[in-house]
Design a protein around this ligand. Structure first.
Ligand code: MLT
Ligand code: ZN
Length: 469
């Protein structure tokens, strides 16, 4: 047994440690990144309090052992993989909702709270926590803050960063920092909270969050428009937005996505369906019928093949089914599903989808694109049934991903709209950001973690050696 495992066991007790030989240890070496990566740690520590998290960070610095923070392991970019070995610090046991305050419209939560559980609990009190990543039934709020997660409702309500008012963070070496506030407004000092959100566990370990809530919108309506192709669907989206519609959700999926969902869906798609647009609005109950009609008419005007609309929760869930089935259907059909989350300006979505089709034709790799069209945030899925462990296959898939990234940047977009950078996209950062921008980020990281032992090798690529070096 390595030295650090014994040290941690003595400090925190054996029940906190998943150590060598434990059947669950390998789980801490994986996440949901594409082309499965496996990097087993020496041990995982399942902390139950801020003090325990701080103790792990103190001992890891003292013993010069790398430590990788982990939420629920649902990340898609390898941010929680312990690529340098050492210790995984898991917050899964810190799962208490400490307070929900309907007056102040805040909740105080531990990082291991499952996002969907928080949503249920606040909704039971007539409140609303909008960020809704697809994994909300098992991802954790600490992980959402660490990656600045998004989701369909981000179009109207914004991403996780906009809902984190205050943070408690355990820093490398064991210091505990409380920053931010409990009020909805506040401009005192630098915005350390915004600085920590989205850092993918490279600055510190989030141990408590003060989360902003909203009153729950009293009603919602969902409309699915089915179109012959992406350009027509794109025209419908543009027309609706130009007319001032502000839906909470505006999703798009292409023909390849529809073709995979078709056999599983209760809804019978028209044979020539080439794109779907899912629109959800919310507000006062008596405005729903009018909004549904407006959306339906506009879709009809632009040649929709079919339009479904629903206001009752069960019917709305049925309309959502077409969208929700896409990812599981692709997963079931392919051994390899590289799911990117690039973001392009909204006006470039149709062009981006055309470019994805070209990459598919040139590389012979199947694709399916769906995602959050309102934000220009597209899940470009590269799909294959080859052996994911074969290095040549991995190289081919990442080469195709690189083409997608290059097209994204050429259209004025960004590499990641919601899943983060972690390990899998780190080496493509230079396609988007200058060396100067990368270098300032390296300096920022070292300010919080001068020893570079906290989640090393993630998010920002190492400095490129200069010719003279
Ligand atoms: C989604 O929006 O569905 C997720 O971000 C990506 C996925 O689960 O494939
Ligand atoms: Zn998404």
């Amino acid at each position: 047994m390595s030295h650090i495992v014994g040290v941690l066991e003595r400090e925190l007790g054996a029940e906190a440690i998943v150590g060598p030989g434990h059947e669950r240890l390998d789980d801490y070496g994986r996440d949901e990144s594409p082309l499965p990566e496996f990097h087993p740690p020496e041990c995982a520590v399942l902390v139950e309090s801020t003090e325990q998290a701080a103790a792990v960070l103190r001992l890891c610095l003292e013993h010069k052992v790398p430590v990788t923070p982990r939420g629920a392991g649902s990340g898609m970019c390898g941010a929680a993989l312990p690529i340098a070995g050492g210790v995984v610090l898991s917050t899964e046991r810190m799962n208490r909702i400490k307070e929900i305050d309907p007056g102040d419209l805040v909740a105080v939560v531990e990082p291991g709270v499952v996002t969907g559980t928080l949503q249920e609990q606040v909704e039971a009190q007539g409140l609303f926590y909008p960020p809704d990543p697809a994994s909300l039934e098992y991802c954790s709020i600490g992980g959402n803050a660490s990656t600045n997660a998004g989701g369909p409702r981000a179009f109207k309500y914004g991403v996780t960063r906009e809902y984190i008012l205050g943070l408690e963070v355990a820093l490398m070496g064991g210091e505990i920092l409380r920053c931010g506030r409990r009020t909805s407004k506040g401009v005192t000092g630098y915005d350390l909270v915004a600085g920590f959100v989205g850092t993918e566990g490279t600055f510190g370990v989030i141990t408590e969050l003060v989360v902003k809530l909203l009153p729950n919108p009293p009603a919602a309506a969902t409309v699915l428009g089915v179109f012959a192709d992406v350009p027509t669907a794109g025209a419908a989206i543009s027309a609706l937005l130009r007319e001032g519609l502000r839906p909470r959700v505006l999703e798009l999926a292409d023909r390849h996505s529809i073709d995979h969902v078709r056999p599983r869906s209760r809804y019978r798609f028209p044979a020539n369906a080439g794109a779907i647009v899912l629109i959800e609005v919310d507000g006062e109950p008596d405005s729903m019928a009018m909004m549904m009609e407006k959306i339906g008419l506009r879709c009809d005007d632009l040649g929709a093949l079919d339009v479904l609309a629903a206001t009752e929760p069960a019917d709305r869930r049925a309309v959502w089914e077409a969208r929700r089935l896409i990812s599981p259907a692709l997963k079931a059909a392919y051994r390899i599903k590289v799911n990117e989350d690039v973001c392009v300006p909204r006006g470039k979505i149709v062009e981006m989808l055309a470019r994805v089709d070209r990459v598919s034709a040139e590389t012979g790799i199947a694709t399916a694109v769906f995602g959050h069209a309102g934000d220009g945030n597209l899940h470009v899925n590269l799909l294959a049934n080859d052996d994911p462990a074969d290095p040549a296959v991995r190289k081919k898939m990442w080469a195709a991903a690189e083409q997608i990234f290059r097209h994204t940047i050429a259209l004025g977009g960004t590499l990641s709209g919601e899943h983060g950078i972690g390990l899998t996209k780190r080496d493509y950062m230079h396609l988007e950001q200058t060396e100067q921008v990368l270098e300032w980020q390296r300096r920022w990281k070292l300010m919080w973690d001068p020893s570079n032992l906290l989640n090393p090798g993630k998010k920002i690529p190492p400095a490129t050696p200069r010719c003279s070096e």
